[in-house]
Structures are given as C-alpha cells and as structure tokens.
Design a protein around this ligand. Structure first.
Ligand code: PEP
Ligand code: MN
Length: 382
C-alpha cells in the first residue's frame, strides 16, 4: 500500500488544507488571557494557518512554573479562533481535559510528548474519545522510542479516531546539543515507513528551544517532505508565561514561512534524471567501500578477540575507547564531519567490534574445551 493511498488516514484535505498545501498549526505556547489570544490570532489572520493552537493545561517538567489557565481559557481560545475563522487546538492529558474540550467546542486535540510516553494516559484519552470524530495530533514521546509513538497512534485508531497527525517535536538526549530536543530525523522518517499514510508535521519550536534555528529546522522538515509545521507564535513573546525564548511574533512567523524553499518529490527533466543517476552511482560505490571496510574492520576485531582470550587479557581496554573517539573526531573534523556524528558512528562501531571479539573469543573457549582444555588455533587466527 502506498502512503498516499492508505485508506486508514484521510488526506490533508480532510483537515481543510488546500491540495498540495501544508498543514500549519500556530499560536502561543499557552493561553494567557482573552486579549493575548485575540491579539495573536489577529496577527496570524491571513497567514494561511490551518489551526490556531494554545496550551490550556501545561505539563511542566518541574512544579512551580506557570501551569496554564485551565478550563476558563477554553472559551477564550474558541472565541479567538472564531474571530479569524480558524479551528482551534489544545493539549489534553486527562479524561477531564477531553470532556471539557468537547463541551466547549475545541475542534482539534493534541497529545503532548509527556503523555505519549505513558500508555495509561494515552488509553484514558482514547477511551474518553470513543465514538467522537475529533481530529488528534500525536506528539512523539520525550524518549526516542518509536514504538511508544506508534502505540499511541494505534490506541487512538482503535478508539475510532481517523483524522490523526503525527507531530515530530524532537527527543530528550543525554548529550548536549544546540537543540532543546534533538531532532533525530531518522525516527520520524521511520515512523512514515511503519505507519504508511499518516500525515507528519514538525514542531521546530520545541526542537530548538529558541528562535535562532527555527528557520533551518523548518526548512529541513520541508526538504524531508513533512506535511506541515507546528510553530509557537505569541503577540508579545518576551512577556510569554511559558517558553518565552522560542516563540515568534506573528510578523516573524510570516517571514519564516515566506523564507522556506518548497521542493517537489519528483524529477521532471532528462537532465535532472541523468545528474541524479551520476551522483547516486557515486554514492553507491562509496557505500560499497564503507561496507567492505567495516567487514574488514570486524574481521580484525575477531582476530583480536581470539588473541585477547588466549592471553587472558580483557576485551575492553580502558583508555583505548577514548583514544579512538578523540582521534577519529579530530580526523573527521579535517573532512567536515561533525563531532557529534563521528562520535555516534564510532560508538556503534566500537560496540559492534566488542561483540565480534566476544563471539570470536567464545569459539576459542569451546575449541579449547573440545581439545581437552588445550586451546587450539581457530579459523579467525589465520
Ligand atoms: C506544547 O506544544 O506547548 C508542548 C508542551 O509541547 P510538548 O508536549 O511537545 O513538549
Ligand atoms: Mn511550549
């Protein structure tokens, strides 16, 4: 089944997006007052947004921060949306939130990152939505666990929700990066393969945590053929009660959209096709070499595993790992490879090399036992 023809997920037109257009969700992190919502909505009017967003109940990582205005703000949000003729969305994390949203006529709901990570919470939301035809946006979980994300989508599907959109908002990471939440693009791209047809949009605001890289992340999402964007926009970001550093003014939002280069997934001319072919075969040849070299590297690791076992030396050699990382990062820098990338690649290579050493070492033990305790040469030992 191709993504575009999947009957499971209605096309973006079902969300009111013109054919070929993008789903655009914009609005403040939090609903703060009727005036703030109305002013932001008016600023966004005419910018082509599909949905006006605002958080009513704010999930805060630590207590003591602004936790949202709660139920009274539902009316403000609905009114701000009506004023500019755009449907409105807010985050739900409990049965009570869902019930209140439905009662007040909130058009679209979203499940936040902290909720997607908890199957009990998602199930409670899904149960509260059974039999209701309301669209739901599902953010990725805080941790880079694609199954939790897919599980949340499935729970909502089983409750009968058809209009679902996945929102990529980045992932918490133990290594420090320029992002508030590391994008780890391979995860949303995997999601597209594993849940064919689900519209996928990107939330650069929560990935970046500041306005500095928003344009670059939004552009990357467009280049990866995401179906839309969710961006935090506030009439007066500096005064915002939550996520002040990452919100755009409506004018900045429009400028960001205007600056995006839109690309097409298909090739048109013979010249394009020929050039693609040339560069792709160059990449294919390089990849064959990379694979061959990795195979050879692992063969050396196996030989090493046998030797270390025979000599009774530990497979993991303290100091060597750091030395590998440091020297490879330095070499990588000379050919424009990012430190973070080289580190990640070598973490995987080193881990796999240890596994090969371990397995090869076991054959020494087995053959040693078979030979009545005497350790013999193995095929890796040539
Ligand atoms: C939000 O959209 O304001 C929000 C809290 O997002 P997330 O769940 O992605 O952290
Ligand atoms: Mn926010």
């Amino acid at each position: 089944m191709t993504a575009a023809s999947s009957p499971l997920f209605p096309p973006l037109e079902a969300w009111g997006v013109p054919r070929g257009g993008k789903l655009l969700v914009a609005g403040p992190c939090s609903a703060e007052s009727p005036e703030q919502l109305l002013q932001t909505a008016r600023g966004l009017s005419g910018s082509g947004i599909t949905i006006l967003r605002a958080g009513i109940w704010k999930p805060r990582t630590r207590p003591g921060h602004f936790e949202g205005k709660g139920t009274p703000a539902l009316k403000w949000l609905v009114e701000a949306g009506r004023a500019i003729g755009v449907p409105v969305a807010t985050e739900v994390a409990e049965t009570r939130h869902v019930e209140n949203c439905l009662k007040h006529g909130i058009d679209v709901l979203w499940v936040g990152a902290r909720s997607t990570g908890n199957p009990f919470t998602v199930q409670a939301i899904a149960d509260a939505l059974r039999g209701v035809d309301v669209p739901v946006l599902v953010k990725n979980p805080v941790s880079p666990d694609i199954d939790l994300w897919i599980g949340a989508i499935e729970r909502l599907q089983r409750a009968g929700i058809r209009r679902l959109v996945a929102v990529h908002r980045g992932f918490a990471s133990s290594t420090k990066t320029v992002f508030r939440n590391a994008p780890l693009w391979r995860i949303p791209l995997d999601l597209r393969t594993r849940v064919p047809g689900i519209p996928l949009i990107c939330d650069p605001s929560h990935i970046c945590g500041s306005t500095r890289l928003l344009g670059a992340v939004a552009q990357e999402a467009m280049d990866l053929l995401f179906d839309g964007l969710m961006l935090e926009v506030h009439a007066n970001p500096r005064e915002a009660l939550s996520d002040a550093s990452q919100q755009l003014t409506p004018v900045e939002f429009t400028a960001l959209l205007d600056g995006l280069l839109m690309s097409r997934p298909t090739l048109r001319t013979e010249e394009e096709r020929a050039y693609f072919k040339t560069l792709r075969s160059r990449i294919d040849r390089i990849d064959s070499k990379i694979i061959e070299l990795l195979g050879r590297r692992m063969a050396v690791a196996r030989k090493f595993g046998v030797y270390k076992r025979r000599q009774g030396v530990s497979l993991f050699q303290p100091g060597r790992y750091e030395e590998i990382l440091q020297s490879r990062v330095a070499e990588g820098a000379k050919v424009a490879l990012e430190e973070e990338f080289v580190t990640r690649v070598y973490q995987h290579i080193h881990e796999e090399a240890l596994r090969h050493q371990e397995v090869a070492g076991m054959t020494v033990e087995r053959e040693g036992r078979a030979a009545g305790g005497r350790v013999r040469r193995t095929k890796y030992d040539k």
